[in-house]
Each structure stands twice: as structure tokens, then as C-alpha cells.
Design a protein around this ligand. Sequence first.
Ligand code: NDP
Length: 282
Amino acid sequence: MAKIIDGKQISQEIKNEVKEEVAKLKEAGKEVCLAVILVGADPASAVYVRNKKRACEYTGIRSLSYELPEETTEEELLALIEKLNQDKKVHGILVQLPLPKQIDESKVIAAISKDKDVDGFHPENVGAMVTGTLGFLPCTPAGIIELLKRSEVEIAGKNCVVVGRSNIVGKPAAMLLLREHGTVTITHSRTQNLREITKQADILVVAIGKKEFIDDSYVKDGAVVIDVGIHRGEDKKLFGDVNFEKVEPLASKITPVPGGVGPMTIAMLMYNCLQSRKRVED
Ligand code: NDP
């Protein structure tokens, strides 16, 4: 039987660590502030934004909220970002994705100051991640690494297979596993013999976006399995990209859905905001 990697508990530990440091900064008269921008009324995005604001409240980070109408133009959004870039009291800027179709997401991401890009999506932060220099790491992949480290999973020298190559999960997760000295294979929809490759994995990270796609036939005995997927089934039950019931008996450690990778994303966002404030010289 696999040991469950408890993302709820680990994310709580991280938020508590952030909260402690934020309180110390406050005592020294320094506030940490995150600006959150939501454009339009996508219900899933509204839930994510609400959860981010709650985490700010918990950790003592001040949150500024900008809720803009669906018909907001690209110029209007870019003007707001520029205003926040210039505001010395703001340390993190988060634009909730996806954006309405009249707005070019890549332009928006590039417009956020790299020093306030707490999502870690700015091309300069992506470059910093690849070269191993100081920047912000994207929250979900950074959360995966924290889950592994805090569950005492050794990454160095291990065969790590990532299923999925998106810019927000698969690619950066692979890069961070490489930074931790894993031997990394990235797979995607054109990969041939996926099973043969995933079966070699000591650490299998699944970000494929297909409900319960990975079953026991893809997993080596004793593998550590990280399931990034989130799918809402009927009666709002959540499922991952991994068939938990089939894979759990084989794995040595596994993340559940919900309560695995999901809560780590926001915890790492809080961590990034704190780092951003600490990098400001005043
Ligand atoms: P994308 O849809 O952007 O990417 C999916 C990837 O899986 C693509 O690279 C695709 O390959 C690959 N893929 C699709 N089908 C196959 C297949 N049959 N065999 C091998 N590879 C395949 O998804 P995301 O990366 O954005 O998200 C992945 C999952 O993680 C989703 O369920 C999402 O909801 C969840 N998620 C969870 C987060 C969290 O906080 N826990 C945060 C972000 C996402 P190709 O590139 O060739 O098309």
C-alpha cells in the first residue's frame, strides 16, 4: 500500500512558515502586498481568485483586488499592469488566466515586471529557471518539488518521467526535476510506446489533462506518483489524471486528488510573494 503524500498538510506547513515571516516583516514596518487581477466572470477563475485572497488573509499578505469586466480591452489591462509595476507598495502581480479572447495572454505576461511576476510565467523568469539563476519559479511545478522534498523522496539520479509538456506544468516540472539532478524524460501526445517509458519511472509526474488516464499498466512497482490533474465529475467529485484506485496499491508514494498537488499551487504563490518583498531594498 502506498504512503499518501498529503498536499493539504504540506501546503499548510508552507503557509504557516510564510505567515511567520510576514509577521516578522510587519513588526519591522514592512508590508507584503499582492495585486490580483480578474478579467470577466469565468466561474472557475472566480473560485481560484477567492482562494488566493483567502490565503493572503491567512498569511497576513495584503491583497488588492481588481475585478474588470469581460469587455476590458488589452490597452486597459496593460495600463493597469503598468500602474502596478510602478507602485512600490505592490510586490506581486497576478493576472488570473485564461483571459477573454480580445486580450493577448503572452503580451500581458510579458508586461508584468519580472520582479513582481509571482506566477513565474514571464519569459525572463522562465529563462532564470532554466539557467538556475534568481527569479520566480512557477507555482504548480515548484509545489511538486516541495511535495517530493518534504516527503523525503530523493530526486537526484532517479528516473523521472513527466507526462505532458505544457508551459505551465509539464515543461517547467521537467526542468525543476533536472535542476534537482533527476534523469528526466518528457512525454506528450506524439510519444510512441508511452507505457514502456512511464514503466521506467522511479518518479512519475502526470499532467496530461485526461481524467484517470494513467492506470496500473503505466506504473512500475514502487514508483512515486504525482498526479497534477484536476477534473470535476458529476456531483462535483474531483478526479485526477491518475486512476488512484488502480495505481495506489503499486506505488510507494502517491498524491491524492483532491489534497495533493492542488493546494500546493497557492502555498507557493504565497511563498513567491514573500520572496519578492524580501528582495526589495528599503
Ligand atoms: P494541457 O492540456 O495544456 O497539456 C496536456 C499535455 O498532455 C500536453 O502536453 C499533451 O501533449 C499531453 N497529452 C495529451 N494527451 C496525451 C496522451 N494521450 N499521451 C501523452 N501525452 C498526452 O494541460 P495542463 O498542463 O495545463 O494541465 C494538465 C492537468 O493538470 C489538467 O488536468 C489541469 O486541470 C491540471 N492542472 C492542475 C493545477 C494544479 O494546481 N493542481 C495547475 C494547472 C493544471 P501535446 O503537447 O503533444 O498536445
